[in-house]
Write a protein that binds this ligand. Structure first.
Ligand code: TNX
Length: 544
Protein backbone atom coordinates (compact mmCIF):
# COMPACT_ATOMS: atom_id res chain seq x y z
CA UNK A 1 0.00 0.00 0.00
CA UNK A 2 0.98 3.58 -0.58
CA UNK A 3 2.83 5.46 2.13
CA UNK A 4 0.54 6.89 4.76
CA UNK A 5 1.00 10.00 6.71
CA UNK A 6 -0.42 9.59 10.17
CA UNK A 7 -2.16 12.64 11.50
CA UNK A 8 0.03 13.77 14.42
CA UNK A 9 -2.18 14.94 17.23
CA UNK A 10 -1.00 18.56 17.46
CA UNK A 11 -0.91 19.16 13.73
CA UNK A 12 -4.25 17.45 13.45
CA UNK A 13 -5.71 19.68 16.12
CA UNK A 14 -4.37 22.84 14.52
CA UNK A 15 -5.59 21.92 11.07
CA UNK A 16 -8.93 20.95 12.44
CA UNK A 17 -9.37 24.06 14.52
CA UNK A 18 -8.36 26.24 11.56
CA UNK A 19 -10.64 24.28 9.28
CA UNK A 20 -13.60 24.45 11.60
CA UNK A 21 -13.06 28.17 12.17
CA UNK A 22 -13.23 28.57 8.39
CA UNK A 23 -16.44 26.63 8.20
CA UNK A 24 -18.53 29.62 9.19
CA UNK A 25 -21.25 27.31 10.42
CA UNK A 26 -22.51 29.40 13.25
CA UNK A 27 -25.57 30.53 11.40
CA UNK A 28 -23.90 33.69 10.12
CA UNK A 29 -25.31 35.45 7.16
CA UNK A 30 -23.31 36.73 4.22
CA UNK A 31 -22.96 40.38 3.18
CA UNK A 32 -26.23 40.12 1.29
CA UNK A 33 -28.07 39.06 4.43
CA UNK A 34 -28.80 35.65 2.92
CA UNK A 35 -27.73 32.60 4.90
CA UNK A 36 -24.21 31.69 3.89
CA UNK A 37 -23.91 28.42 2.02
CA UNK A 38 -22.16 25.85 4.14
CA UNK A 39 -18.44 26.05 3.51
CA UNK A 40 -16.38 23.04 2.71
CA UNK A 41 -15.96 20.55 5.53
CA UNK A 42 -12.22 19.97 6.01
CA UNK A 43 -11.19 16.49 4.96
CA UNK A 44 -11.26 14.19 7.98
CA UNK A 45 -13.34 16.50 10.23
CA UNK A 46 -15.77 13.65 10.84
CA UNK A 47 -16.73 11.18 13.59
CA UNK A 48 -15.04 8.79 14.13
CA UNK A 49 -11.77 10.52 13.25
CA UNK A 50 -9.98 8.73 10.42
CA UNK A 51 -6.58 7.15 11.00
CA UNK A 52 -4.81 9.12 8.31
CA UNK A 53 -5.78 12.25 6.41
CA UNK A 54 -3.83 14.02 3.66
CA UNK A 55 -5.81 17.03 2.53
CA UNK A 56 -5.00 18.75 -0.71
CA UNK A 57 -6.12 19.49 -4.23
CA UNK A 58 -9.45 20.62 -5.55
CA UNK A 59 -12.71 19.40 -4.06
CA UNK A 60 -15.14 17.21 -5.96
CA UNK A 61 -18.59 18.67 -6.62
CA UNK A 62 -21.56 16.37 -7.08
CA UNK A 63 -23.73 17.39 -10.05
CA UNK A 64 -26.83 16.25 -11.86
CA UNK A 65 -24.44 14.28 -14.10
CA UNK A 66 -22.70 12.38 -11.30
CA UNK A 67 -22.91 8.60 -11.51
CA UNK A 68 -22.15 6.04 -8.81
CA UNK A 69 -19.80 3.58 -10.51
CA UNK A 70 -19.18 0.11 -9.14
CA UNK A 71 -16.15 -2.05 -9.92
CA UNK A 72 -16.55 -5.35 -8.15
CA UNK A 73 -13.95 -7.74 -9.47
CA UNK A 74 -12.28 -7.78 -6.10
CA UNK A 75 -11.81 -10.22 -3.30
CA UNK A 76 -14.85 -11.66 -1.62
CA UNK A 77 -17.44 -10.23 -3.99
CA UNK A 78 -16.96 -12.16 -7.18
CA UNK A 79 -20.44 -11.53 -8.54
CA UNK A 80 -20.29 -7.87 -7.57
CA UNK A 81 -23.53 -8.02 -5.59
CA UNK A 82 -22.22 -6.53 -2.38
CA UNK A 83 -20.45 -3.66 -4.12
CA UNK A 84 -23.50 -2.86 -6.22
CA UNK A 85 -25.74 -2.96 -3.13
CA UNK A 86 -23.43 -0.50 -1.37
CA UNK A 87 -23.53 1.73 -4.45
CA UNK A 88 -27.33 1.65 -4.34
CA UNK A 89 -27.34 2.38 -0.62
CA UNK A 90 -25.15 5.42 -1.27
CA UNK A 91 -27.31 6.64 -4.16
CA UNK A 92 -30.46 6.16 -2.07
CA UNK A 93 -28.90 8.28 0.68
CA UNK A 94 -27.95 11.12 -1.65
CA UNK A 95 -30.89 11.32 -4.05
CA UNK A 96 -33.61 12.90 -1.89
CA UNK A 97 -31.58 15.94 -0.77
CA UNK A 98 -29.55 16.50 -3.94
CA UNK A 99 -32.44 15.79 -6.28
CA UNK A 100 -29.89 14.23 -8.67
CA UNK A 101 -30.59 10.95 -10.49
CA UNK A 102 -27.27 9.36 -9.40
CA UNK A 103 -27.52 6.22 -11.54
CA UNK A 104 -25.62 3.19 -10.24
CA UNK A 105 -23.62 1.84 -13.18
CA UNK A 106 -20.76 -0.48 -13.98
CA UNK A 107 -17.44 1.30 -13.63
CA UNK A 108 -16.70 1.25 -17.36
CA UNK A 109 -20.07 2.74 -18.35
CA UNK A 110 -19.13 6.23 -17.13
CA UNK A 111 -16.19 8.34 -16.04
CA UNK A 112 -15.43 10.37 -12.93
CA UNK A 113 -18.25 10.56 -10.43
CA UNK A 114 -18.11 8.33 -7.37
CA UNK A 115 -16.26 5.07 -7.95
CA UNK A 116 -16.60 2.15 -5.51
CA UNK A 117 -13.98 -0.51 -6.03
CA UNK A 118 -12.74 -3.60 -4.28
CA UNK A 119 -9.06 -4.16 -4.74
CA UNK A 120 -7.63 -7.67 -4.21
CA UNK A 121 -4.24 -6.06 -3.62
CA UNK A 122 -5.38 -3.79 -0.81
CA UNK A 123 -4.95 -6.45 1.88
CA UNK A 124 -3.49 -3.87 4.28
CA UNK A 125 -6.96 -2.31 4.52
CA UNK A 126 -8.25 -5.53 6.13
CA UNK A 127 -11.91 -6.35 6.70
CA UNK A 128 -13.15 -2.81 7.27
CA UNK A 129 -10.47 -0.39 6.13
CA UNK A 130 -10.80 1.84 3.09
CA UNK A 131 -9.18 4.62 1.16
CA UNK A 132 -11.09 7.68 -0.03
CA UNK A 133 -9.51 9.88 -2.71
CA UNK A 134 -11.23 13.05 -3.68
CA UNK A 135 -10.28 15.48 -6.43
CA UNK A 136 -11.73 17.68 -9.15
CA UNK A 137 -12.77 14.80 -11.41
CA UNK A 138 -14.25 12.43 -8.88
CA UNK A 139 -14.12 10.47 -5.65
CA UNK A 140 -12.76 6.94 -5.47
CA UNK A 141 -13.53 4.62 -2.57
CA UNK A 142 -11.24 1.60 -2.43
CA UNK A 143 -11.44 -1.32 -0.03
CA UNK A 144 -10.25 -4.88 0.24
CA UNK A 145 -13.64 -6.13 1.48
CA UNK A 146 -17.23 -4.89 1.06
CA UNK A 147 -17.43 -3.85 4.73
CA UNK A 148 -14.60 -1.41 4.04
CA UNK A 149 -16.55 0.14 1.16
CA UNK A 150 -19.57 0.51 3.43
CA UNK A 151 -17.47 2.31 6.05
CA UNK A 152 -16.02 4.51 3.28
CA UNK A 153 -19.53 5.51 2.27
CA UNK A 154 -20.14 6.80 5.81
CA UNK A 155 -17.02 8.94 5.54
CA UNK A 156 -18.10 10.31 2.19
CA UNK A 157 -21.54 11.06 3.60
CA UNK A 158 -20.12 12.98 6.55
CA UNK A 159 -17.83 15.03 4.29
CA UNK A 160 -20.93 16.41 2.59
CA UNK A 161 -22.99 19.20 4.20
CA UNK A 162 -25.41 18.10 6.94
CA UNK A 163 -28.38 18.98 4.73
CA UNK A 164 -27.55 15.95 2.61
CA UNK A 165 -29.35 13.91 5.30
CA UNK A 166 -32.67 15.65 4.66
CA UNK A 167 -35.39 13.89 2.72
CA UNK A 168 -36.39 16.85 0.55
CA UNK A 169 -34.40 18.68 -2.12
CA UNK A 170 -31.87 21.12 -0.66
CA UNK A 171 -29.82 23.83 -2.39
CA UNK A 172 -26.26 22.43 -2.12
CA UNK A 173 -23.54 22.89 -3.37
CA UNK A 174 -22.49 19.30 -2.66
CA UNK A 175 -18.74 19.44 -2.34
CA UNK A 176 -16.26 16.96 -0.89
CA UNK A 177 -12.85 18.35 0.10
CA UNK A 178 -9.88 17.17 -1.94
CA UNK A 179 -7.26 14.76 -0.67
CA UNK A 180 -6.87 11.23 0.63
CA UNK A 181 -8.23 9.47 3.71
CA UNK A 182 -6.74 6.09 4.58
CA UNK A 183 -8.58 4.51 7.43
CA UNK A 184 -8.71 1.27 9.40
CA UNK A 185 -10.35 0.61 12.78
CA UNK A 186 -8.48 0.38 16.07
CA UNK A 187 -10.74 -2.44 17.34
CA UNK A 188 -12.63 -5.19 15.55
CA UNK A 189 -15.52 -5.16 18.05
CA UNK A 190 -17.46 -1.89 18.09
CA UNK A 191 -20.88 -2.56 19.48
CA UNK A 192 -24.14 -1.06 20.60
CA UNK A 193 -26.60 -2.97 22.77
CA UNK A 194 -30.33 -2.45 22.82
CA UNK A 195 -32.36 -3.93 25.69
CA UNK A 196 -35.60 -5.00 24.00
CA UNK A 197 -36.74 -6.85 27.13
CA UNK A 198 -37.49 -4.12 29.66
CA UNK A 199 -39.41 -2.39 26.90
CA UNK A 200 -40.13 -4.05 23.61
CA UNK A 201 -39.06 -2.32 20.39
CA UNK A 202 -40.52 -3.23 17.01
CA UNK A 203 -38.50 -4.37 14.02
CA UNK A 204 -38.87 -0.90 12.49
CA UNK A 205 -37.61 0.76 15.66
CA UNK A 206 -34.60 -1.53 15.70
CA UNK A 207 -33.93 -0.75 12.03
CA UNK A 208 -34.01 2.95 12.78
CA UNK A 209 -31.31 2.43 15.41
CA UNK A 210 -29.26 0.24 13.04
CA UNK A 211 -29.27 3.07 10.49
CA UNK A 212 -28.09 5.55 13.11
CA UNK A 213 -25.31 3.20 14.26
CA UNK A 214 -24.14 2.74 10.67
CA UNK A 215 -23.27 6.44 10.39
CA UNK A 216 -20.67 6.00 13.14
CA UNK A 217 -19.19 2.74 11.81
CA UNK A 218 -20.59 0.51 14.58
CA UNK A 219 -20.28 -3.15 13.52
CA UNK A 220 -22.05 -5.16 16.26
CA UNK A 221 -25.69 -4.96 17.28
CA UNK A 222 -26.13 -6.72 20.62
CA UNK A 223 -29.79 -7.48 21.34
CA UNK A 224 -30.65 -8.18 24.98
CA UNK A 225 -33.51 -10.56 24.14
CA UNK A 226 -34.56 -11.85 27.53
CA UNK A 227 -34.80 -10.59 31.06
CA UNK A 228 -37.13 -10.70 34.05
CA UNK A 229 -39.67 -8.45 32.36
CA UNK A 230 -39.94 -10.10 28.96
CA UNK A 231 -38.83 -12.89 26.65
CA UNK A 232 -38.62 -11.45 23.14
CA UNK A 233 -37.70 -14.24 20.71
CA UNK A 234 -39.91 -17.09 19.55
CA UNK A 235 -38.51 -20.52 20.49
CA UNK A 236 -40.51 -23.31 18.83
CA UNK A 237 -39.70 -25.97 21.41
CA UNK A 238 -40.78 -23.73 24.31
CA UNK A 239 -43.52 -21.58 22.77
CA UNK A 240 -44.84 -20.03 25.97
CA UNK A 241 -41.54 -18.17 26.46
CA UNK A 242 -42.62 -15.67 23.81
CA UNK A 243 -46.40 -15.90 23.90
CA UNK A 244 -46.66 -15.64 27.69
CA UNK A 245 -43.17 -14.55 28.82
CA UNK A 246 -43.20 -11.82 26.18
CA UNK A 247 -46.66 -10.52 27.00
CA UNK A 248 -45.69 -7.62 29.20
CA UNK A 249 -42.88 -5.16 29.99
CA UNK A 250 -41.77 -2.63 32.58
CA UNK A 251 -44.82 -0.68 33.70
CA UNK A 252 -47.18 -3.41 32.51
CA UNK A 253 -47.56 -2.55 28.83
CA UNK A 254 -48.31 -5.22 26.25
CA UNK A 255 -44.68 -6.16 25.53
CA UNK A 256 -44.17 -8.20 22.39
CA UNK A 257 -41.73 -10.60 20.80
CA UNK A 258 -39.96 -11.26 17.52
CA UNK A 259 -41.16 -14.14 15.43
CA UNK A 260 -38.32 -16.04 13.82
CA UNK A 261 -39.01 -14.17 10.59
CA UNK A 262 -38.89 -10.85 12.45
CA UNK A 263 -35.53 -11.78 13.88
CA UNK A 264 -34.23 -12.91 10.47
CA UNK A 265 -35.34 -9.55 9.08
CA UNK A 266 -33.37 -7.71 11.78
CA UNK A 267 -30.33 -9.88 11.04
CA UNK A 268 -30.68 -9.23 7.30
CA UNK A 269 -31.08 -5.48 7.74
CA UNK A 270 -28.14 -5.29 10.15
CA UNK A 271 -26.01 -7.26 7.67
CA UNK A 272 -26.93 -4.79 4.93
CA UNK A 273 -25.34 -2.13 7.20
CA UNK A 274 -22.39 -4.44 7.92
CA UNK A 275 -23.45 -5.05 11.51
CA UNK A 276 -23.31 -8.49 13.09
CA UNK A 277 -26.18 -9.31 15.43
CA UNK A 278 -25.07 -10.62 18.83
CA UNK A 279 -28.13 -12.16 20.52
CA UNK A 280 -28.20 -12.39 24.30
CA UNK A 281 -30.19 -14.76 26.46
CA UNK A 282 -29.40 -13.69 30.01
CA UNK A 283 -28.69 -16.72 32.24
CA UNK A 284 -29.01 -18.01 34.95
CA UNK A 285 -30.39 -14.83 36.58
CA UNK A 286 -32.65 -12.27 34.89
CA UNK A 287 -34.93 -15.18 33.97
CA UNK A 288 -38.27 -14.41 35.60
CA UNK A 289 -40.08 -14.29 32.24
CA UNK A 290 -38.93 -17.85 31.49
CA UNK A 291 -39.65 -19.07 35.02
CA UNK A 292 -43.15 -17.58 34.81
CA UNK A 293 -43.77 -19.34 31.50
CA UNK A 294 -42.79 -22.87 32.59
CA UNK A 295 -43.37 -24.03 36.17
CA UNK A 296 -41.00 -26.98 35.69
CA UNK A 297 -38.02 -24.66 35.34
CA UNK A 298 -38.44 -23.59 38.98
CA UNK A 299 -36.75 -25.52 41.79
CA UNK A 300 -40.08 -25.59 43.68
CA UNK A 301 -42.10 -26.35 40.55
CA UNK A 302 -44.20 -23.23 41.00
CA UNK A 303 -44.27 -20.55 38.31
CA UNK A 304 -43.90 -17.00 39.66
CA UNK A 305 -46.11 -14.23 38.24
CA UNK A 306 -44.92 -12.10 35.35
CA UNK A 307 -42.84 -9.16 36.51
CA UNK A 308 -43.17 -5.53 35.42
CA UNK A 309 -40.96 -3.74 37.96
CA UNK A 310 -37.30 -2.75 37.67
CA UNK A 311 -35.53 -4.62 40.48
CA UNK A 312 -32.66 -6.91 39.49
CA UNK A 313 -31.05 -10.04 40.89
CA UNK A 314 -34.08 -11.92 42.26
CA UNK A 315 -34.54 -14.71 39.71
CA UNK A 316 -32.52 -17.81 38.87
CA UNK A 317 -32.90 -20.93 36.79
CA UNK A 318 -32.76 -24.10 38.88
CA UNK A 319 -29.12 -25.13 38.58
CA UNK A 320 -29.47 -28.71 39.98
CA UNK A 321 -32.42 -29.68 37.75
CA UNK A 322 -31.64 -31.52 34.48
CA UNK A 323 -34.53 -29.90 32.64
CA UNK A 324 -32.68 -26.59 32.98
CA UNK A 325 -30.04 -27.86 30.56
CA UNK A 326 -32.62 -29.30 28.16
CA UNK A 327 -34.17 -25.86 28.14
CA UNK A 328 -30.86 -24.05 27.63
CA UNK A 329 -29.84 -26.51 24.90
CA UNK A 330 -33.09 -25.99 22.99
CA UNK A 331 -32.96 -22.21 23.26
CA UNK A 332 -29.32 -21.97 22.23
CA UNK A 333 -29.78 -24.45 19.38
CA UNK A 334 -32.71 -22.52 17.90
CA UNK A 335 -31.11 -19.13 18.41
CA UNK A 336 -27.76 -20.24 17.00
CA UNK A 337 -29.54 -21.61 13.92
CA UNK A 338 -31.14 -18.20 13.35
CA UNK A 339 -27.93 -16.26 13.86
CA UNK A 340 -25.21 -16.11 11.18
CA UNK A 341 -22.85 -14.16 13.47
CA UNK A 342 -20.06 -15.70 15.51
CA UNK A 343 -21.28 -14.85 18.97
CA UNK A 344 -23.92 -15.86 21.44
CA UNK A 345 -24.15 -13.82 24.64
CA UNK A 346 -25.24 -15.78 27.70
CA UNK A 347 -25.49 -12.90 30.15
CA UNK A 348 -24.30 -14.09 33.51
CA UNK A 349 -24.65 -10.76 35.35
CA UNK A 350 -26.24 -10.11 38.71
CA UNK A 351 -27.01 -13.76 39.46
CA UNK A 352 -27.49 -12.70 43.06
CA UNK A 353 -29.85 -15.52 43.91
CA UNK A 354 -27.52 -18.21 42.56
CA UNK A 355 -24.73 -19.42 44.89
CA UNK A 356 -21.17 -19.04 43.61
CA UNK A 357 -20.74 -22.81 43.37
CA UNK A 358 -23.98 -23.14 41.41
CA UNK A 359 -22.98 -20.26 39.15
CA UNK A 360 -19.66 -21.91 38.29
CA UNK A 361 -21.34 -25.29 37.76
CA UNK A 362 -23.97 -23.70 35.55
CA UNK A 363 -21.40 -21.90 33.37
CA UNK A 364 -19.34 -25.10 33.10
CA UNK A 365 -22.36 -26.82 31.55
CA UNK A 366 -23.73 -24.00 29.44
CA UNK A 367 -20.59 -22.75 27.70
CA UNK A 368 -20.00 -26.12 25.95
CA UNK A 369 -23.58 -25.96 24.64
CA UNK A 370 -22.78 -22.67 22.94
CA UNK A 371 -19.66 -24.23 21.41
CA UNK A 372 -21.63 -27.30 20.32
CA UNK A 373 -23.84 -25.07 18.19
CA UNK A 374 -20.84 -23.37 16.64
CA UNK A 375 -20.86 -20.09 18.52
CA UNK A 376 -18.38 -18.18 20.64
CA UNK A 377 -19.44 -17.29 24.18
CA UNK A 378 -19.78 -13.72 25.36
CA UNK A 379 -20.73 -13.11 28.99
CA UNK A 380 -20.91 -10.11 31.27
CA UNK A 381 -17.66 -9.88 33.23
CA UNK A 382 -19.01 -11.89 36.19
CA UNK A 383 -18.20 -14.82 33.90
CA UNK A 384 -14.54 -14.26 34.83
CA UNK A 385 -15.50 -15.40 38.35
CA UNK A 386 -16.29 -18.82 36.84
CA UNK A 387 -14.17 -20.57 34.19
CA UNK A 388 -14.54 -18.73 30.86
CA UNK A 389 -14.37 -21.13 27.90
CA UNK A 390 -11.44 -20.90 25.55
CA UNK A 391 -12.01 -18.05 23.13
CA UNK A 392 -14.78 -16.50 25.22
CA UNK A 393 -15.19 -12.75 25.53
CA UNK A 394 -16.11 -11.03 28.80
CA UNK A 395 -17.96 -7.72 28.74
CA UNK A 396 -16.72 -5.41 31.50
CA UNK A 397 -19.38 -3.12 32.94
CA UNK A 398 -17.65 -2.00 36.13
CA UNK A 399 -16.99 1.53 37.28
CA UNK A 400 -14.00 3.66 38.20
CA UNK A 401 -15.02 3.01 41.78
CA UNK A 402 -15.33 -0.78 41.38
CA UNK A 403 -13.03 -2.64 43.73
CA UNK A 404 -9.44 -3.35 42.77
CA UNK A 405 -10.22 -7.04 43.33
CA UNK A 406 -13.08 -7.02 40.80
CA UNK A 407 -10.93 -5.24 38.22
CA UNK A 408 -8.05 -7.64 38.86
CA UNK A 409 -10.35 -10.63 38.37
CA UNK A 410 -11.16 -9.35 34.89
CA UNK A 411 -7.55 -8.40 34.10
CA UNK A 412 -6.31 -11.82 35.25
CA UNK A 413 -8.83 -13.58 33.02
CA UNK A 414 -7.64 -11.38 30.16
CA UNK A 415 -4.01 -12.34 30.84
CA UNK A 416 -5.13 -15.98 30.70
CA UNK A 417 -6.65 -15.44 27.25
CA UNK A 418 -10.21 -14.14 27.69
CA UNK A 419 -10.92 -11.23 25.35
CA UNK A 420 -12.50 -8.13 26.86
CA UNK A 421 -15.24 -5.87 25.56
CA UNK A 422 -15.25 -2.60 27.48
CA UNK A 423 -18.60 -1.14 28.52
CA UNK A 424 -17.75 0.68 31.76
CA UNK A 425 -21.14 1.69 33.14
CA UNK A 426 -19.95 5.11 34.32
CA UNK A 427 -18.72 5.91 30.78
CA UNK A 428 -20.40 3.76 28.15
CA UNK A 429 -23.90 3.16 29.54
CA UNK A 430 -26.30 5.13 27.40
CA UNK A 431 -29.08 4.76 29.97
CA UNK A 432 -27.24 6.81 32.60
CA UNK A 433 -28.58 10.33 33.04
CA UNK A 434 -26.36 13.07 31.63
CA UNK A 435 -26.99 15.27 34.69
CA UNK A 436 -29.38 15.28 37.62
CA UNK A 437 -31.90 17.10 35.42
CA UNK A 438 -32.06 14.47 32.67
CA UNK A 439 -35.66 13.24 32.47
CA UNK A 440 -34.95 9.71 31.29
CA UNK A 441 -32.49 7.17 32.53
CA UNK A 442 -30.96 5.87 35.74
CA UNK A 443 -28.07 7.14 37.82
CA UNK A 444 -26.75 4.19 39.81
CA UNK A 445 -23.41 4.44 38.00
CA UNK A 446 -23.38 8.25 38.24
CA UNK A 447 -24.12 10.99 35.75
CA UNK A 448 -22.43 10.59 32.40
CA UNK A 449 -22.03 13.80 30.41
CA UNK A 450 -20.65 13.86 26.85
CA UNK A 451 -17.06 14.49 27.91
CA UNK A 452 -17.05 11.75 30.53
CA UNK A 453 -18.40 9.19 28.06
CA UNK A 454 -15.63 10.03 25.56
CA UNK A 455 -12.68 10.82 27.79
CA UNK A 456 -11.18 7.42 28.57
CA UNK A 457 -8.89 5.01 26.80
CA UNK A 458 -9.98 1.41 26.28
CA UNK A 459 -6.34 0.30 26.39
CA UNK A 460 -5.65 1.67 29.88
CA UNK A 461 -9.00 1.66 31.66
CA UNK A 462 -8.32 -1.56 33.54
CA UNK A 463 -4.98 -1.87 35.36
CA UNK A 464 -3.02 -4.94 34.31
CA UNK A 465 -5.11 -5.58 31.21
CA UNK A 466 -2.90 -6.50 28.25
CA UNK A 467 -3.65 -4.15 25.34
CA UNK A 468 -3.97 -7.15 23.04
CA UNK A 469 -6.80 -8.58 25.16
CA UNK A 470 -9.11 -5.67 24.30
CA UNK A 471 -11.55 -6.86 21.65
CA UNK A 472 -13.24 -3.48 21.58
CA UNK A 473 -15.97 -1.36 23.10
CA UNK A 474 -19.73 -1.42 23.38
CA UNK A 475 -22.35 1.12 24.39
CA UNK A 476 -25.30 -0.62 26.09
CA UNK A 477 -28.73 0.98 26.23
CA UNK A 478 -30.85 -0.51 29.02
CA UNK A 479 -34.49 0.43 28.70
CA UNK A 480 -36.15 0.44 32.11
CA UNK A 481 -37.04 4.11 31.47
CA UNK A 482 -36.94 4.06 27.69
CA UNK A 483 -39.92 3.02 25.60
CA UNK A 484 -39.85 5.03 22.36
CA UNK A 485 -37.45 5.81 19.55
CA UNK A 486 -37.27 9.46 20.63
CA UNK A 487 -35.99 8.22 23.99
CA UNK A 488 -33.33 6.11 22.30
CA UNK A 489 -32.31 9.14 20.23
CA UNK A 490 -32.03 11.37 23.27
CA UNK A 491 -29.92 8.97 25.32
CA UNK A 492 -27.69 7.64 22.54
CA UNK A 493 -26.87 11.04 21.05
CA UNK A 494 -24.37 12.52 21.50
CA UNK A 495 -22.70 9.77 23.56
CA UNK A 496 -22.88 6.93 21.04
CA UNK A 497 -20.66 8.73 18.49
CA UNK A 498 -18.01 9.16 21.20
CA UNK A 499 -17.95 5.46 22.08
CA UNK A 500 -17.89 4.66 18.37
CA UNK A 501 -14.86 6.91 17.99
CA UNK A 502 -13.07 5.19 20.89
CA UNK A 503 -13.61 1.92 19.07
CA UNK A 504 -12.56 3.11 15.62
CA UNK A 505 -10.01 5.89 15.83
CA UNK A 506 -6.32 5.53 16.68
CA UNK A 507 -5.36 6.54 20.21
CA UNK A 508 -3.26 9.39 18.75
CA UNK A 509 -6.46 11.21 17.71
CA UNK A 510 -7.99 10.98 21.19
CA UNK A 511 -8.40 14.56 22.39
CA UNK A 512 -11.57 16.03 23.87
CA UNK A 513 -10.72 19.61 22.84
CA UNK A 514 -10.74 18.75 19.14
CA UNK A 515 -13.30 15.96 19.36
CA UNK A 516 -15.92 18.33 20.76
CA UNK A 517 -15.50 20.58 17.70
CA UNK A 518 -16.01 17.67 15.34
CA UNK A 519 -18.95 16.50 17.43
CA UNK A 520 -20.43 20.00 17.34
CA UNK A 521 -20.63 19.68 13.56
CA UNK A 522 -22.68 16.49 13.95
CA UNK A 523 -25.54 18.46 15.52
CA UNK A 524 -27.13 19.72 12.30
CA UNK A 525 -26.65 16.28 10.75
CA UNK A 526 -28.48 14.60 13.62
CA UNK A 527 -31.25 17.16 13.35
CA UNK A 528 -31.50 16.58 9.61
CA UNK A 529 -31.90 12.89 10.41
CA UNK A 530 -34.75 13.68 12.78
CA UNK A 531 -32.74 12.89 15.92
CA UNK A 532 -33.56 15.19 18.84
CA UNK A 533 -30.21 14.79 20.60
CA UNK A 534 -29.22 16.05 24.03
CA UNK A 535 -27.70 19.53 23.62
CA UNK A 536 -24.84 18.98 26.00
CA UNK A 537 -23.52 22.36 27.18
CA UNK A 538 -20.03 20.87 26.94
CA UNK A 539 -20.24 20.95 23.13
CA UNK A 540 -20.29 24.17 21.03
CA UNK A 541 -23.08 22.90 18.78
CA UNK A 542 -23.20 24.30 15.27
CA UNK A 543 -26.32 26.29 14.52
CA UNK A 544 -28.96 24.41 12.59
C1 TNX B 1 -27.26 -3.36 35.32
S1 TNX B 1 -25.29 -4.08 33.37
C2 TNX B 1 -27.70 -4.46 34.60
C3 TNX B 1 -28.99 -4.40 33.91
C4 TNX B 1 -29.71 -3.11 34.17
C5 TNX B 1 -28.72 -1.97 34.13
C6 TNX B 1 -29.34 -0.63 34.26
C7 TNX B 1 -25.82 -5.42 33.57
C8 TNX B 1 -25.04 -6.47 32.99
N1 TNX B 1 -26.94 -5.55 34.31
O1 TNX B 1 -29.79 -5.50 34.30
O2 TNX B 1 -30.68 -2.94 33.19
O3 TNX B 1 -27.78 -2.15 35.15
O4 TNX B 1 -28.42 0.39 34.07
Amino acid sequence: MRQRRTFPRLLGSLLLAAGLAGLGLTGATGATGAPRAEALRPLGAIVPAPASVTPGGAPYTLTRATAVRVDADGTGDTDGRATRDIGRYLADLLRPSTGYPLPVVDADEARGGILLRLSPGATALGEEGYELRSGRTGVTLTAYRPAGLFRAVQTLRQQLPAAVEKRTVQPGPWRIAGGTVTDTPRYAYRGAMLDVSRHFFTVDQVKRYIDQLALYKINKLHLHLSDDQGWRIAIDSWPRLATYGGSTQVGGGPGGFYTKDDYREIVRYAASRYQEVVPEIDLPGHTNAALASYAELNCDGVAPPLYTGTAVGFSSLCVPKEITYDFVDDVIRELAALTPGRYLHIGGDEAHSTSHADYVAFMDRVQPIVAKYGKTVIGWHQLTGARPAEGALAQYWGLDRSSAAEKEQVAAAARAGTGIILSPADRAYLDMKYTKDTELGLSWAGYVEAQRSYDWDPATLLPGLPATAVAGVEAPLWTETISQSVHIDRMAFPRLPGIAELGWSPATTHDWATYRLRLAQQGPRLTALGIDYYRSPQVPWAAE
